[in-house]
Ligand binder design. Structure first.
Ligand code: ADP
Length: 396
């Protein structure tokens, strides 16, 4: 069975065609700058060179058409005809309270995704456009929506209700939703396998540390708490997002700098985090390089990031009676040897111990703690596309 996985952003469309029998990627790529000058589609079939098609992409449908033409191209295609694509799995950011699991897309599902636009105005509209473009071009091929929020729907009231007037939850659906759920779920399932534990019994702290970052407390294989909230802005300090702060700072700065809500939102989402503190970059490689050369603010940004990761791990340990593993994933979690080392070094009082030799690797599944560590520490590269394809295959 071949599954096409689609992840639509406002001006981009990422895709992978996955052979589910072999769990192999047949082709993957990205359409960029949709609707603006300089459109291009990158396409790479397994074992072949990358091809770049430069062309104005009027909309997502135009981009998808080029992707599908490339997939069945007689020279560099991955399939002979589109009939060989059995289903499409769509990443949808916000399922709200309507979806605790992936679903086959029908009219009712589309309505529910549309209903969530109010609470996810930036994320859901491009996802809807992607689904509609696929429907127009691919007709009756079954399609599945896989939600970033679904895994977090098991979080109890205790952790999803904010200490605000309760009617804001009732009237405006203001509550914790959490994001990166597909990734947290994928690494939870892999960790249970690696630790040889029953999924329904495994307790974990999963750390998705990338450009956007979140940590989850997983109890009995289900999400119990997560650091992102009503939007992806809460929790850890991120590449460009502030994460947790005193809410009173927001009206204070808006007054001082005469900012509109949109401008303030932009500061919190795009100009804060490790970029805002360092003034250097949102990219952790740049920060590590600058810090090594003696840039104090780059070092401070890394210190703040790592300290907050530790504080969340500490807090989440108090939400479970035992922990079977602390898992690192995503760009920074998989690749930054120093971040993992410094985060875990701060957990010594809890008996958690990193093995420097085992930790000296990037991007591979491994246990990186010592045998004596009170809790095993694992690195598990995330694979959201494969998880979306697995969910899709299961449902169709
Ligand atoms: P997203 O999917 O949220 O855009 P990723 O999970 O791809 O982000 O993570 C991107 C981050 O991972 C970047 O800040 C990048 O610097 C960091 N990263 C990638 N490789 C390394 C590395 N070798 N050392 C440190 N950080 C790295």
């Amino acid at each position: 069975m071949n599954i096409l996985v689609i992840n639509c952003g406002s001006s981009s469309l990422k895709y992978q065609l996955i052979d589910m029998d072999k769990k192999e990627v047949l082709a993957k790529g990205l359409a960029e700058r949709i609707g603006i000058e300089g459109g291009r589609v990158k396409y790479e079939a397994a074992g072949k060179d990358e091809i770049v098609i430069e062309e104005m992409l009027a909309d997502h449908k135009a981009a998808l058409k080029i992707v599908l033409d490339s997939l069945k191209h007689e020279d560099y295609g991955a399939v002979k005809s589109l009939d060989e694509i059995d289903a499409v799995g769509h990443r949808v950011v916000h399922g709200g309270e309507a979806f605790a699991e992936s679903v086959v897309i029908d009219e009712k599902v589309m309505q529910a995704i549309n209903d969530n636009v109010e609470i996810a105005p930036l994320h859901n509209p491009p996802n809807i456009i992607g689904i509609e473009a696929c429907k127009e071009i691919m007709g009756d091929v079954p399609m599945v929506a896989v939600f970033d929020t679904a895994f977090h729907q098991s979080i109890p009231e205790l952790n999803y209700i904010y200490a605000l007037p309760y009617e804001y939850y009732e009237n405006y659906k203001v509550r914790r939703y959490g994001f990166h759920g597909t990734s947290h779920q994928y690494i939870t399932e892999r960790a249970a396998e690696m630790l040889d534990k029953d999924l329904n019994e495994v307790n974990l702290i999963t750390c998705h540390l990338g450009n956007g970052s979140s940590i989850s407390a997983v109890k009995g294989g289900k999400c119990f708490d997560t650091s992102m909230g009503f939007t992806p802005l809460e929790g850890l300090a991120m590449g460009t997002r502030s994460g947790d702060l005193d809410p009173a700072i927001i009206p204070f700065i808006m007054d001082k700098e005469k900012l509109s809500t949109e401008e303030m939102n932009n500061v919190l989402n795009k100009k804060s985090g490790v970029l805002g503190v360092s003034g250097v970059s949102s990219d952790f490689r740049d920060l590590e390089e600058a810090a090594e050369k003696g840039n104090d603010r780059a070092q401070l940004a890394l210190d703040i990031f790592e300290n907050r990761v530790r504080k969340y791990i500490g807090a989440y340990l108090t939400e479970m009676d035992h922990c079977d593993g602390i898992i690192f994933t995503a760009g920074v979690g998989e690749n930054s040897i120093t971040t993992r080392e410094r985060v875990v070094d701060g957990l010594k009082s809890l008996g958690v111990e990193i093995d420097k030799e085992k930790n000296n690797m990037r991007g591979k599944e491994a246990v990186v703690s010592t045998d004596a560590s009170s809790i095993p520490v694992l690195v598990i590269p995330t694979n959201e596309e494969l998880k979306i394809a697995m969910e899709t295959a299961k449902l169709v």
